[in-house]
Design a protein around this ligand. Sequence first.
Ligand SMILES: [Zn+2]
Length: 153
Amino acid sequence: MNNCTNNKTPAAWFTPSQQKGSVMKIKTARHSGFTLVEIMIVVAIIGLLAAIAIPNFVKARTTAYRSACINNLRQIDSAVQEWALETKQGEAQQVIYENIKPYLKNEVVCPAGGHTFSDSYSLATVSDKPLCKIKPTDTDPLKAHALPVDTAN
Ligand SMILES: [Zn+2]
């Protein structure tokens, strides 16, 4: 009886142990991580997405800066006109920041690198439009921080 069970036990052990061995082999292959080609494909896809996205972020930020700056220029121009009306200034009258400060609700600076009014904007006369000192002109007029030219009258 004992011999019989002893003989059967190895036979029963033999097959599962072989299966165990093959399972172990697959497991070790999976545990070895990603292959070089897999990692390279993932890195290439991430790089491609970054190459598409980053110029768009930069462009969106530049456009936002320009819009904010032109909005500031409009506020400054309105303040100049308001000051000229209230104090009865002529069109050729020189204007400085101290004159229009009470007409601005907050200090306006160019978002593309300005820190104070004086390093962001320049004023001349009442009839002149205020100018941005950070980016007053550009080869592409759609990128310059400048008020559009008057078309009325
Ligand atoms: Zn500007």
